[in-house]
Design a binder for this molecule. Structure first.
Ligand code: SF4
Length: 422
C-alpha cells in the first residue's frame, strides 16, 4: 500500500488530473496533507499571484513533513512549476518536478532517477490516460482538451499549458463509458479552452452527440466556454439534448469593448448580448454564469460601470469575480495605469453583491416556473442530502440517499442557498 497526500490548486482540469495521477496507483491510501506519507503530490496553479504564493506554501509544508520522514517523495507539477521550475527547486529537497505534459505518467516517472522536464511549448499530442474513477464519488471530471493559443494579454495559462491539443474522440468515448461502468451518472467535460475541442472534422457539438448515446450517462455538464466558441451548432445541440445540463459558464471577463480590446479578447459587447439572447430564447430557464475580471489596467469607473450595468440587466444568474492579477511575462503586466488594490477590492465587492441579487432572482424564477431539477447527490448532511442540480442550483431532499445517486426534484420552496420539495 502506498500512502499519498495530495494538494490540488486551480481549475477543474487540474482536479481531474490529480484524480488520474492518484487513480493510477491501484494500492493507494489517501492521507491528510500534513500527515506522514510515502508520496506528497502538489498540483500547482499560476492563474494569479495568489495561486503562485499558495503553491509555494504547500511545497514548504510538504518539505516540513519530509524533515521527519526523509524517505517520502515530494512531487510538484502543474502550471506554476511548469513556468517556475527553478523557483520550486530552490525551496528545498523536492524529489520530482514533473511537466504538465507528462504528469499523468506519474506512477512510471517516480520509478526513474531523472524523468526529464519538457518545455511545454513542445507538447503536440494530448496525453490520454484511461482512469477508473475520481477522488470524488459523485461526479466525474473528464479532461478532453489541453493548452491554448489565444494569448489574452493578462493570461499566463498558455505558458503553463502549451499549444491547443485535444483527446481522440474514441478515447473520450472509452473514458466516459469507463466512468459510467464505475457508477458515475454525471460527467463534467473540461479543458483549458474546452470550446477548442477538435478531433479531425469532429468538434465539441459532434462529440456531445456521440456521448449522448452512452447508456447510463444521465448528465453531461460543460465547464467554462469562451463566448466566441459557443457556436450556433453547439447551441442547437444543447437545446435538443436530454442529457446536457442547461448550465453554461462563460469566460466573459469584461463587457466594455475598450477593455476587451486591451485584454486581447476577440469578441465585443454586441456578440455577448446576441449570445445571451440566443441562449435564453432557446433555453429560457438555463443557468448562465460567467468569469469577470475587474480592475484591469486602465479600467476607468465608466468602463467598470458599463460592465456592471450590462451584467445587472443580463439573464446571468451568478458571477465568479476576479481582481486583475499581474502575471510576469504577460503583455498586461507592463501596461500603464495599473489599478491600486483598494479600488480593485471596492469594484470586486460591488460585483459580488450584485451577483447575489442575480442568484436570488434566478432561484425565484425557477421556483415560480416550477422548473424540475436533476442532479447527483454530492452532499449528505444529518437530515438532508443535496445535489448541485443541472440548473446550477443546489437541490435538497429529505430522503435516504447515497453519493452519486441521481435525483429529480419538483421544488416548491426555498431552502438555504437552494431549493427543496416539501
Ligand atoms: S482563452 Fe485567454 S484567458 Fe483563456 S486560457 Fe486562453 S489565453 Fe488564458
Amino acid at each position: 500500500m502506498i500512502r499519498i497526500a495530495v494538494a490540488t490548486l486551480g481549475c477543474k482540469t487540474n482536479q481531474a488530473e490529480s484524480a488520474a495521477m492518484v487513480g493510477a496507483f491501484d494500492d493507494a491510501i489517501l492521507v491528510e496533507f500534513g500527515e506522514p506519507a510515502d508520496l506528497y503530490l502538489i498540483n500547482t496553479c499560476t492563474v494569479t499571484n495568489r495561486t503562485d504564493f499558495k503553491s509555494r506554501n504547500l511545497i514548504r509544508r510538504a518539505l516540513k513533513v519530509k524533515e521527519a520522514n526523509p524517505a517520502m517523495k515530494i512531487v510538484v507539477t502543474g502550471c506554476y512549476s511548469q513556468r517556475s521550475r527553478e523557483e520550486v527547486l530552490s525551496l528545498g529537497a523536492v524529489d520530482y518536478v514533473i511537466d504538465n505534459q507528462h504528469k499523468l505518467d506519474l506512477k512510471e516517472l517516480v520509478q526513474q532517477s531523472d524523468p526529464g522536464f519538457m518545455d511545454i511549448m513542445q507538447a503536440e499530442a494530448f496525453n490520454f490516460h484511461l482512469q477508473k474513477g475520481m477522488l470524488d464519488r459523485s461526479r466525474a471530471f473528464q479532461k478532453i482538451q489541453d493548452g491554448c493559443d489565444f494569448y489574452c494579454s493578462y493570461c499566463a495559462v498558455p505558458y503553463g499549458r502549451g499549444h491547443n491539443r485535444s483527446a481522440r474522440a474514441e478515447d473520450v468515448i472509452l473514458q466516459a463509458q469507463t466512468f459510467v461502468a464505475s457508477g458515475y451518472k454525471e460527467i463534467v467535460l473540461g479543458g483549458v479552452n474546452l470550446g477548442l475541442y477538435r478531433d479531425g472534422k469532429l468538434g465539441l457539438s459532434g462529440l456531445l452527440r456521440k456521448l449522448e448515446e452512452i447508456e447510463g450517462l444521465e448528465i453531461i455538464r460543460l465547464s467554462s466556454l469562451e463566448p466566441q466558441l459557443f457556436t450556433d451548432e453547439l447551441l442547437e445541440q444543447v437545446t435538443c439534448s436530454k442529457k446536457i445540463a442547461p448550465h453554461f459558464h462563460l469566460a466573459i471577463q469584461s463587457v466594455a469593448d475598450s477593455v476587451l480590446g486591451r485584454m486581447g479578447r476577440v469578441y465585443k459587447q454586441k456578440h455577448l448580448s446576441d449570445l445571451l439572447e440566443k441562449i435564453t430564447s432557446n433555453l429560457p430557464h438555463a443557468a448562465i454564469g460567467g468569469d469577470i475580471i475587474c480592475a484591469f489596467p486602465g479600467e476607468t469607473e465608466a468602463e467598470f460601470m458599463e460592465t456592471y450595468k450590462f451584467l445587472q440587466e443580463s439573464p446571468l444568474c451568478y458571477l465568479h469575480v476576479f481582481q486583475y492579477s499581474k502575471r510576469k511575462g504577460t503583455p498586461a503586466a507592463t501596461m500603464p495605469n495599473q489599478i491600486n488594490g483598494t479600488i480593485a477590492q471596492e469594484r470586486s465587492n460591488r460585483l459580488i453583491s450584485m451577483a447575489e441579487d442575480l442568484k436570488t432572482a434566478y432561484r425565484q424564477k425557477i421556483l415560480e416556473n416550477r422548473v424540475s431539477l436533476r442532479g447527483v447527490i454530492d452532499k449528505i448532511e444529518s437530515e438532508l442530502a443535496s445535489f448541485l442540480s443541472d440548473h446550477y442550483i443546489r437541490g435538497y431532499i429529505s430522503k435516504q440517499a447515497h453519493l452519486g445517486e441521481l435525483f429529480f426534484l419538483e421544488p416548491n420552496a426555498i431552502y438555504e442557498d437552494g431549493l427543496i420539495q416539501i
